[in-house]
Design a protein around this ligand. Structure first.
Ligand code: GLA
Length: 670
């Protein structure tokens, strides 16, 4: 069980040979070898080509390209091709088409036009996967299966007949009785009590706010519906090829799917990352934080970056190319944060279709005149020098408790204010990122023994066992920082009464009486004890009462002027901080510096601003990654460490100097 990818650095991308005449394939393979490509994701959108009609299959072309790749030493991550059903399927079985909350049926002509609960879709998808598995199970090119593609990327819910029935069945399995459902959904409110399962629907368009627990359960159901599709495919593949690892491409901070559930389906995590180069500073953090979230899903093994762009994408209103050097640095950042694969969408830029302006290894221009081609070739060459890094892992002392269920709950309508759950978690992460302090993302109920500091940003939905877990972390000596709107509701989205956040009240040594969310642009101030400097805060202000905690900062304005905004509470052997508002950058820096000191958190390396430092470790060695994201030649002190830069081959003693957008991967001396 749980086979691994053979340990090496993977370099390649989506390959769609079905869009091209076979006469071009030889050139494709020759150029793949020239740039060092060692893997391709094949056949992701080829269902219509593989099965042109219900009873007709056409595997000849796939046989030929699989053989060609194998003969040239290029591995295949073979797709199950189920992401985009062919037009004949919905013509013959219109019920496979998804239906929106307004009752609109989404049609063919794009991709992903299937309901995740469609019985017909499942039947045909399973049959196709069975055929592929039987045909290619022993093929020498096959190293991995690629199930479907970016589940739920465009189609995030369905309200059709199959979905309605499946939702009712899901609810029956969860609640057993209507009484239990009525209780959980709080249907005494607004005369919503259900007397028959058939009265229950998916949350379709309604006159006003939908029942929030119904909405939350619908999100859980949709996640499970897509999950069961992936499990269906995985089960078929595991029976046919127990030794071949399975993956699907995740999408980082993607709200509809709880990727912690999904991590159990795949053998290794793969994901797609497309930060917008229009803001390079934001983009490099977006890449880093996405890698950290994805790596944390299966921390014992490297992940693979399944897709990124060699340069521009095609799907933003304005699509900036990546300027020279950016693609390479972003690719090395993947390795730096625990990835063993750097892959792209796609190998050859399409000539037709909606993605023809998306960049690729091979652009539309002759490759020997292409800047992008020159850059991917250099990158392929460099990855060859970094082979020893493969299999090493990242170990951190700081974690952010992040939970999709809380995300779903806090962002349903009718809340005191709008919380951008993932955005707030990323804001906190960024402070650590800029200091070269590694951060993992964990479930609030996870084993926290390896961490010294755990941050809990606005964990609105908090179950009692998870609250106990966080409390025990503090009691055992950990440092915790929880922020506003944490621990407000239980798993049914019912308020936990007794003073917010009732389940963490003891650990935090306080209770919140009320809050004052601010509209955009309105601010308050923060005054820290013993500091004359004032800091701004905005977005949210908790009005809290101390119950053992001490105030670190008070509000400087509004009707609650002088009341505590930031607190610290010693509890057991540890300490719990509470942040009742959103401070400006300077205020956050002041608080997090203090919290980090208390937890004795050290950076990997202190570097000049804009230089990212990370560490990967294995039995082979310790690898210090240094990435200079700035446009300045920058000297970096290694703080007494020494080693060899695997990219330049040079010995590094005491310091190294990196030109703009350059990187070093230093194998540290033991
Ligand atoms: C996603 C998809 C690919 C392609 C790219 C374009 O990641 O998986 O098929 O559409 O986006 O950026």
């Amino acid at each position: 069980m749980n086979p691994r990818l053979p340990s090496k650095l993977y370099y390649g991308g989506d390959y769609n040979p079905e869009q091209w005449p076979e006469s071009i394939w030889q050139e494709d393979i020759r150029l793949m070898r020239e740039v060092g490509v060692n893997i391709v994701s094949l056949g992701i959108f080829s269902w219509a080509k593989l099965q042109p009609s219900e009873k007709r299959f056409n595997f000849g072309w796939l046989d030929r390209i699989m053989d060609l790749l194998a003969a040239n030493g290029i591995s295949v991550c073979l797709a199950t091709a189920t992401a985009s059903p062919p037009p004949w399927l919905s013509r013959q079985y219109p019920d496979v088409l998804p239906v929106t909350a307004d009752g609109v049926v989404l049609q063919v002509g794009s991709r992903q036009q299937y309901s995740p609960s469609s019985r017909v879709y499942k039947k045909f998808a399973a049959a196709l996967v069975r055929k592929l598995a039987a045909r290619y199970r022993k093929h020498p090119a096959l190293v991995s299966w690629h199930i479907n593609n970016e589940y739920a990327c465009h189609l995030q819910e369905c309200h059709g007949e199959d979905s309605t029935v499946a939702f009712r069945n899901w609810l029956r399995a969860r609640y057993k009785t209507l009484d239990a459902l009525n209780e959980a959904w709080g249907t005494a409110f607004w005369s919503q009590a259900y007397g028959d399962w058939k009265e229950i629907f998916t949350p379709r368009r309604a006159p006003y706010h939908c029942n929030p627990t119904q909405c939350l359960d619908f999100r859980r159901f949709i996640n499970d519906a897509f999950l069961s599709l992936s499990r269906m495919e995985a089960a078929i593949l595991r029976t046919a090829t127990p030794q071949i690892p399975i993956t699907t491409n995740f999408m980082g901070f993607f709200k509809p799917l709880d990727y912690r559930d999904w991590a159990g389906v795949v053998d290794y995590v793969a994901w797609d990352s497309y930060p917008d180069p229009v803001d390079e500073k934001a983009a490099r953090h977006a890449g880093a934080v996405g890698h950290d979230l994805m790596r944390s899903l299966k921390p014992d093994r490297p992940f693979v970056l399944m897709e990124q762009a060699t340069s521009a994408v095609n799907w933003r209103p304005t699509n900036l190319p990546k300027r020279p050097g950016l693609m390479r640095l972003g690719s090395l950042q993947t390795l730096a944060r625990g990835g063993d694969g750097v892959m792209f969408f796609q190998w050859r830029a399409s000539k037709a279709g909606a993605e023809k302006f998306h960049s690729a290894f091979l652009q539309h221009v002759p490759h020997d005149r292409s800047r992008v081609f020159a850059e991917v070739k250099t990158l392929g060459f460099e990855l060859g020098k970094l082979a020893i890094v493969a299999g090493s892992v990242v170990k951190n002392k700081v974690a952010i408790a992040f939970d999709w269920q809380a995300w779903w709950a806090v962002e349903t309508e009718s809340k005191p204010g709008r919380i951008d759950y993932a955005g707030w978690a990323q804001t906190l992460h960024r402070w650590f990122y800029e200091k070269n302090i590694g951060v993992d993302f964990v479930h609030p109920g996870a084993d926290l023994a390896q961490y010294d500091l755990v941050l809990v940003p606005s964990l609105y939905l908090l179950t009692s066992p998870d609250a106990d877990n966080l409390t025990h972390f503090v009691v055992r000596g950990g440092t915790l920082l929880a922020t506003y709107f944490t621990g407000i509701v239980d798993q049914n989205e019912h308020i936990v009464l007794g003073g917010y956040p009732a389940l963490l009240r003891k650990a935090l040594g306080l209770w919140v009486e009320e809050w004052c969310p601010y509209p955009d642009g309105r601010t308050n101030g923060l005054g820290f004890a013993g500091d004359r400097k004032k800091y701004a805060c905005d977005h949210w202000c908790d009005l809290l009462h101390l119950e053992g905690a001490t105030a670190l900062a008070d509000y400087t304005g509004d009707f609650f002027v002088g009341r505590p905004a930031i607190t610290r509470h010693v509890h057991g052997k540890g300490c719990a901080y509470y942040l009742g508002t959103r401070p400006d950058a300077a205020g956050l820096d002041r608080l997090l510096s203090r919290v980090g000191r208390e937890a004795n958190i050290q950076p990997i390396l202190k570097t000049p601003p804009g230089v990212e430092a990370t560490l990967r470790e294995s039995a082979e060695g310790r690898f210090l990654f240094l990435l200079n994201h700035t446009d300045r030649t920058t000297k970096i002190s290694l703080n007494g460490q020494r080693g060899r830069d695997l990219i330049s081959g040079k010995k590094i003693v005491r310091t190294t100097t990196l030109p703009p957008l350059a990187a070093a991967v230093i194998q540290l001396d033991r």
